[in-house]
Design a protein around this ligand. Structure first.
Ligand SMILES: [Zn+2]
Length: 250
């Protein structure tokens, strides 16, 4: 098969290796701020100030974090292939590593949005420290309170239709660092073409993968550069890797 179009779908396992935990990890931040008090649409309405404070902290942690080898390897695919990244992560580490086409399903924390019926979106100026934190009373041009562009529990996941159609175009589909337990994003693995080569890079033995996937059992920082190196240097080897069904890199 001639490889033209690559879609990479990433989750928390990729960001975690840059030191960014999620609420599924045991982390001090989530103990101080329980999910139901900061990560739901209900909390945003009832306790806006606390939700803004929580995402200000996460935004600053994300700005301090750095892309890792997995982010850079994914970005390097653009040297040779039409590549699209679909991510469940709210950080901008793919963009900072050089990926130019990134679809965020759960929002992008370096943007603000408002509560207008059709929201206004604003990129924050990360070079100006005074603009990084959001406070009660910060408003959009339509006069509504600004919030971080992060999808909360109770809100619709963004860009799913675009994501489905991207996966259907993929000659190679690579899933990295996602538990495949968060829906609707987890449905993406069922939208691949029958002739696509599909890989999942994750250390978790118990992942529930469709039969057409090759499971590369590895952390993202090791497994992603490994498969990307084949795609850039020896793409003819990809079909024989696929036939293995499962590969353990440790
Ligand atoms: Zn607005």
């Amino acid at each position: 098969m001639r490889i033209r179009y690559i879609v990479v779908f990433t989750g928390a396992g990729v960001s975690r290796e840059s030191g960014l935990p999620t609420f599924r990890d045991v982390d001090g931040l989530w103990i101080k701020y329980p999910i139901e008090e900061v990560a739901t649409i209900d909390a945003l309405v009832r306790n806006t100030e606390k939700v803004l404070e929580f995402y200000n902290i996460r935004r600053r942690k994300i700005l301090e974090a750095k892309p890792n080898a997995a982010h850079y390897a994914i970005a390097s695919l653009e040297k040779k292939y039409n590549t699209v990244v679909i991510t469940q992560n709210i950080d901008n580490l793919h963009e900072r590593a050089g990926s130019t086409k990134v679809i965020h399903l759960h929002g992008l924390i370096t943007q603000n949005k408002c509560m207008c019926p059709t929201p206004h979106y604003y990129d924050i100026d990360i070079t100006d420290d005074r603009t990084i934190d959001l406070r009660l009373g910060d408003k959009c041009e339509g006069g509504s309170q600004l919030r971080h562009n992060v999808v909360l529990f109770g809100e619709a996941v963004e860009n799913m239709e675009i994501a489905y159609s991207e996966v259907q175009k993929a000659d190679i589909f690579i899933v990295v660092g996602t538990s495949l337990k968060v829906y609707p994003a987890a449905n993406l693995v069922y939208y691949t073409r029958p002739d696509a080569y599909c890989f999942c890079i994750d250390p978790d033995e118990s992942l529930n993968l469709p039969a057409n996937f090759c499971h590369i059992k590895s952390r993202a920082v090791k497994g992603v550069p490994w498969i990307v190196n084949f795609l850039l240097e020896n793409p003819q080897e990809i079909s024989s890797i696929m036939k293995e069904g499962k590969i353990v890199l440790e």
